[in-house]
Structures are given as structure tokens and as C-alpha cells.
Write a protein that binds this ligand. Structure first.
Ligand code: ASP
Length: 359
């Protein structure tokens, strides 16, 4: 789950040393550069990476890959675990709803070896959005189905409708609705009646799961699934189901996926850009940081703090087909999940700016 810095936290620590350094790959899509030494080539490249909430998912996908599963099968199975988790309020069942209290899911899959993709957006009542996206890829001549059409397609494929709003998510939504502002007819509830767990969601949370799989043949596929921006306008679609933005995989290069403020990623197609930078010779780390820098340059003033730093978070997870990988984040500290021959772990992401430590 990603918590963008609030306006009340405008005093941040100084930027990390790397943030303002001249960037040799700026504007470079094709060209040869030296690989970054911080990510080394792995001789046994079976590897799964994910957003931080996907650690168990990476373990599951890794086992499937060792059993010979296709990279997309493994990534979808991994994401399904997260979609089933009622405690993850950013994905699938238990995800935070839109402003009307209705859960709307976005998901996309991309199969690197065949360069095919499928996606669904604003899907209601079906928890396994990534599985539906996969069927869009496999069983239609389309790439993206939305809203009512996506739901009808899922039902036709045998998915069962259910209410995705858990009691926890409903309470969080209700508290948001009751405390939104003084110019409506809702009154804030007495504080002693509000579960402290609910109150901690007062700041607007976002979150998503991204999983990328690499098998021993050097094939890469990836999946992104989300309930999107909490309390969004009904019908709002973020970056997650948009190929090139929320994810991208190229069989010759590798993959990238994102979490965080979708609108900031959509305009620059960050995942596509990251993969193209890797194609040009940048390491996953270099490519990810360069994409973040471009986002900063393209951010409108209303979303920047007094020091020109975005008031939102954005993360990318990059996996090269030779096994190198990186997680990068606008704001640090941040972590991402990795499972490979060295086990399952959370690794530190690199990034542009440091949050102040919590008081
Ligand atoms: N990227 C997602 C969206 O904008 C949300 C998130 O990852 O926090 O819908």
C-alpha cells in the first residue's frame, strides 16, 4: 500500500544524492550504455519480483516456474492470491471502493514471449480481475474490456458475481464519506465510535499488486491488478490496466510494472519507456530512475511541494530478461519483493526523495 505524502508533511528531508545528478540516459531510447553495477547478472535467472504486498505471491509463482509453468500462468496465479486476501485493501476482494462505496477493479496481463496482452477496467463484482484480463487476451480479438461489458464477459466465462466490499472496507469508506468536508450533510461520527484501524485510513490510500516472472528460458511475463485510487469517481480508470503504463513486457528485453498515482504514469507510459530504456542499454535501476525523473519534469505545479517534489508516490518494478531487477520509488523508504534461488525477501528500492521519519 502506498501512502502519498500529505500536504501536512511538506517538510521533507533532502533529496537523495542521485536525484538531481545529470542523467546520461535522459532522452535516450536507443544507444549503448554500461550496465549498472548495482544489479548483476544472475546465472540461474528464474526470478519473480513484485510490489511489496506480493511477497507470498512471488514465492508461489517461483514454485510454479520451477515446475515448468508458463511465465504468465505463474504471474496470474500469484496475483490471484493477493486478489483473494481480504486484508489487502488495494486489490481484489477487500479493495477500497469508489466514492459511491462500490469496488471497481482494474487489471492487465502481458505475455512477453508472444507480446500479447489483455485487460479489464472498472470491473465490478468479480474478484479475480487478472484472470478475466487473461481471458480477454486469450478468448477475444480485443485487448481491453470495461465496466458492464467486462462484467458480462466474465459471467459468460463462468465467474461468479459477489459483493467485493468487506466490512473493513465499508467502514473505511463510510468514515471517509462522513469526514470529507463541512459542505455536505454528513456529520463526523464521535471519535470513540470509530475503530482506530479505520481512522488510520484518513489519508487517501492507493495500492496495487504487480508481479513479473522470468523463467529459465529467459521468458518474461507480468500482471498488474488493483482496486485503484480509493474513493475515486465511479468509472475512473488508472494506469494499471493500460498496456505501456501499468505494465509492459517485451520478450527481447524484460518487463516493468507500476503502482502509485496512475494519472502521473499514464501521460508518459512509464512502463513502456522503462523497457525501451533497458533495450537501449540502461540497467533496470537506471531505467527506473530515469522514468521517475521524467514524471517529475512533467508534473503540474499544483501537485508539487515548495521544493518542486511531487506530492504523490509512484513506483516501478523492473525485470530484465537476464535476471537483473530493480524497484524504484518516488519516495523512500520503499521495498519490493523478490524470490529467486537465494530465497524470498524484500529488497530496498532506489528512489528520488526521502520521507521524514515518522514522529
Ligand atoms: N496505480 C493505481 C491507480 O492509479 C493505484 C496504485 O497503485 O496506488 O489506479
Amino acid at each position: 500500500m502506498h501512502q502519498p505524502p500529505s500536504t501536512s508533511r511538506r517538510t521533507f528531508l533532502q533529496e537523495s544524492a542521485c536525484s538531481l545528478a545529470a542523467w546520461p540516459w535522459a532522452g535516450l531510447l536507443h544507444g549503448t550504455v554500461t550496465a549498472d553495477s548495482s544489479t548483476t547478472q544472475d546465472p540461474t535467472p528464474v526470478k519473480v519480483i513484485a510490489s511489496e504486498n506480493g511477497l507470498d505471491a512471488t514465492r508461489h509463482a517461483y514454485k510454479l516456474l520451477l515446475q515448468g509453468a508458463d511465465t504468465l500462468d505463474a504471474a496470474v496465479a500469484a496475483v490471484t492470491l493477493v486478489e483473494d486476501d481480504p486484508n489487502d485493501t488495494s486489490v481484489g476482494y477487500g479493495g477500497l471502493p469508489n466514492e459511491d462505496g462500490v469496488v471497481e477493479l482494474d487489471a492487465a496481463v502481458m505475455h512477453g514471449p508472444t507480446h500479447r496482452a489483455g485487460a479489464v477496467a472498472a470491473l465490478r463484482n468479480i474478484r479475480h480481475a487478472a484472470q478475466v484480463a487473461r481471458l480477454v487476451m486469450e478468448q477475444t480479438d480485443h485487448q481491453l474490456l470495461v465496466g458492464e461489458g467486462a462484467l458480462r464477459f466474465a459471467i459468460a466465462q463462468g465467474f461468479k458475481e459477489e459483493n467485493l466490499l468487506t466490512e473493513k472496507a465499508r467502514k473505511i469508506w463510510l468514515y471517509w464519506r462522513q469526514t470529507r468536508g463541512p459542505s455536505d450533510d454528513w456529520l463526523p461520527p464521535p471519535l470513540d465510535k470509530v475503530d482506530p484501524e479505520v481512522r488510520q485510513y484518513f489519508e487517501r490510500h492507493t495500492g496495487t499488486v504487480h508481479v513479473a516472472c522470468l523463467n529459465a528460458a529467459g521468458e518474461v511475463s507480468c500482471v498488474t491488478s488493483t482496486s485503484g485510487l480509493a474513493f475515486k469517481i465511479a468509472g475512473r480508470v488508472g494506469d494499471s490496466p493500460i498496456v505501456g503504463a501499468g505494465l509492459y513486457a517485451d520478450g527481447q528485453v524484460g518487463s516493468c510494472g507500476s503502482t502509485g498515482r496512475g494519472e502521473a504514469n499514464l501521460a508518459g507510459l512509464g512502463s513502456f519507456l522503462a523497457v525501451e530504456l533497458m533495450r537501449g542499454g540502461a540497467s533496470p535501476l537506471e531505467a527506473g530512475l530515469e522514468v521517475l525523473r521524467r514524471v517529475v519534469k512533467q508534473t503540474p505545479a499544483r501537485l508539487l511541494d515548495e521544493e518542486g517534489r511531487p506530492r504523490f508516490d509512484l513506483k516501478y518494478f523492473l525485470l530484465a530478461k537476464d535476471g537483473r531487477h530493480a524497484g524504484v520509488s518516488m519516495w523512500l523508504p520503499a521495498r519490493y519483493a523478490v524470490t529467486d534461488a537465494n530465497g524470498s525477501r524484500l529488497e530496498e528500492a532506489a528512489g528520488l526523495y526521502h520521507r521524514p521519519p515518522k514522529q
